[in-house]
Design a protein around this ligand. Structure first.
Ligand SMILES: [Zn+2]
Length: 177
């Protein structure tokens, strides 16, 4: 009774009768030795456990990246809201000018101003929501002072830059963590 080896393509049992075997189901030709050298299909080599510190660093990087994009979006929304307010002011001014000179087109400008005010309100609300979201985001494992330079209104970034400067002045071995 011949031994059977699994076909590398379709997994069908193939009688190991020769050095070169041919699968009866799919017609795949393969070397008998090649199959024997391969590890069993249902027991793949275990993936090496990722280093815990490396995982933490990855998580912190991911959170920092998300925080950065959220901060950027909040800043953009706030800027656009300001732009809308300025646009609305200009449109209102034009509407006033048209209205006082008896031009009926003042309604168009007034409607446009209203639209811009509505847009500004929406954008401002979004900026506020994003800022609140940003405050709930925290790097998972505070295994050291996290520094997200370029985030926020700039004061945090300036503070950390100041920290870096004072760190340079610190004597080596001075552990003030
Ligand atoms: Zn096969």
């Amino acid at each position: 009774m011949p031994d059977f080896v699994a076909c590398p393509r379709c997994d069908a049992p193939v009688p190991a009768t020769a050095l070169v075997l041919k699968c009866p189901r799919c017609g795949e030709q393969f070397f008998r030795e090649a199959i024997y050298e391969e590890p069993p299909i249902d027991a793949p080599p275990p993936e090496p456990e990722p280093d815990e510190a490396e995982l933490n660093a990855k998580r912190i990087r991911a959170v920092a990246l998300e925080m950065r994009s959220t901060a950027r979006l909040a800043m953009w929304s706030r800027g656009m809201a300001f732009g809308c307010v300025i646009g609305a002011g200009v449109a209102l001014y034009r509407a006033w000018g048209h209205a006082t000179s008896g031009d009926r087109r003042w309604t168009w400008f007034a409607a446009f101003a209203a639209l811009l005010v509505w847009g500004a309100a929406r954008l401002w609300m979004r900026a506020k929501r994003l800022s609140a979201e940003l405050h709930t985001m925290r790097p998972p494992e505070p295994s050291g002072p996290p520094r997200f330079d370029g985030l926020g209104d700039g004061s945090a970034s300036a503070a950390s830059r100041l920290d870096a400067l004072t760190d340079l002045d610190a004597t080596p071995g001075d552990d003030r963590a």
